[in-house]
Design a protein around this ligand. Sequence first.
Ligand code: 5AD
Ligand code: SF4
Length: 471
Amino acid sequence: MNLPNLKEARKRTNNDIVIKDNEYELTDNQKAIGLNKKYYIKTYGCQMNEHDSENIKAILNEMNFTETDKLEDADLIILNTCAIRENAHNKVFGLLGRIKHLKQTKDVLVGFGGCMAQEEVIVDEIRHKYKWIDFVFGTHNIFDLPNIIEKTYINQKQEIEVFSWEGEVIENLPVKRDNKYKAWVNIMYGCDKFCTYCIVPYTRGKQRSRLPKYIIEEVKDLIKDGYQEVTLLGQNVNAYGKDLNINYTMANLLEDVAKTGIKRIRFVTSHPWDFNDDMIDTISKYENIMPYIHLPIQSGSSKILKLMGRRYTKEEYLTLFNKLKEKIPNVSITTDIIVGFPGETDKDFQDTLDVVAACKYDSAFTFIFSPRIGTPASKMVDNVSLEEKEERLQRLNQLVNKYSKENNDKYLNKVVPVLLEDYSSKKKDCLKGYTDTMKLVNVKADKSYLGKIVNVKITSVKTWSMDGEII
Ligand code: 5AD
Ligand code: SF4
């Protein structure tokens, strides 16, 4: 049994990252485990988790399981969990209640993975109160799933495989992508920033960049498979390469990915601290790097930013923001904001509203601060009531939505490029897709346009989406 340990997870050593390109392996026996069996997977959280699930699905397919979208039909249920806020926890425990009932009526194997599996308190709770969960696997143990599942079937006792910290990158995992036209490509794992509220550096471990050659190879293969768009993924993509000691930065990587000729490149998430001029120049130089940047501010108060350990002031953020707007034509910028951080006064919150008004973001994800066990912020004195926090969130959302709509209004009657990626979930006879600036557009078009980047005239505009016609 390998258990997680938050103290261990906090350690950062200078040991080199070990790249392993033959770690994942399947035995003949493991390939037969899933024959005539179905799996159901539920994914919570960010794109990183979604992409991990694409790896998990491919592994289960290689073990000959088939996917079902009905929980009740499954022989194997996998939960890929998220730990970022308390409500993510609650959703998972809600579903566990349903699964427990199901397990009383049929033979089903239940696996608990992802970020919550990296938390000591959660694994303790599973060991003592959820003994019926068959196996637990951490974010670093996905490659080992065939062994874990095999052992669980043989031993019939709870298997727990969660490393606290691993300085490894596994290169040969299979992937079953959910989308045929746009793909996620991990460029790095983990995070070393340790913002004081954030659990990610503990659950995802030390920053490990993938070697450029593997990333470029993956993008070239995606082009061959007909993909039009890649999103380069990492918790803090601007710090890409710093751990490799090969004098190669995010600006270099963006340039090399742009030169592959893939039609559209995006990247998330950016931390303002590492966003340098080279990167900005590269983004403005290449037409296939999309004019869209997600740049979390978290708070508009320099005092709160300091308590959050964000390493920039409100003024420094605004300088960067203005430079991006000036140097990248037509750029759209979105952000993340936390309200009700411990010690946030009315004045601090007003600073946040002021910055939102100055930046007029295209959109923003807004959250109430949620204390995560083991992080420094969870021990800070929090004297803002929940009522007050909710009221602040509401006021903030009103302002954010006002600017989203205003920004969208500028698109009315304009012609913009849209990659049509799927059927519209809202509108009949329509496809949906995103502009270069990441605006969602419903377009009247038949399925022959799927996977194509087309010029669309915007005919109507709402706060969160637009409608348009192909011209
Ligand atoms: N409480 C509230 N929001 C959080 N985020 C991260 N940790 C917390 C927390 N403890 C938000 C940040 C981050 C986004 C992914 O989630 O805004 O950018
Ligand atoms: Fe968390 Fe992002 Fe800060 Fe890393 S940079 S600690 S992932 S908020």
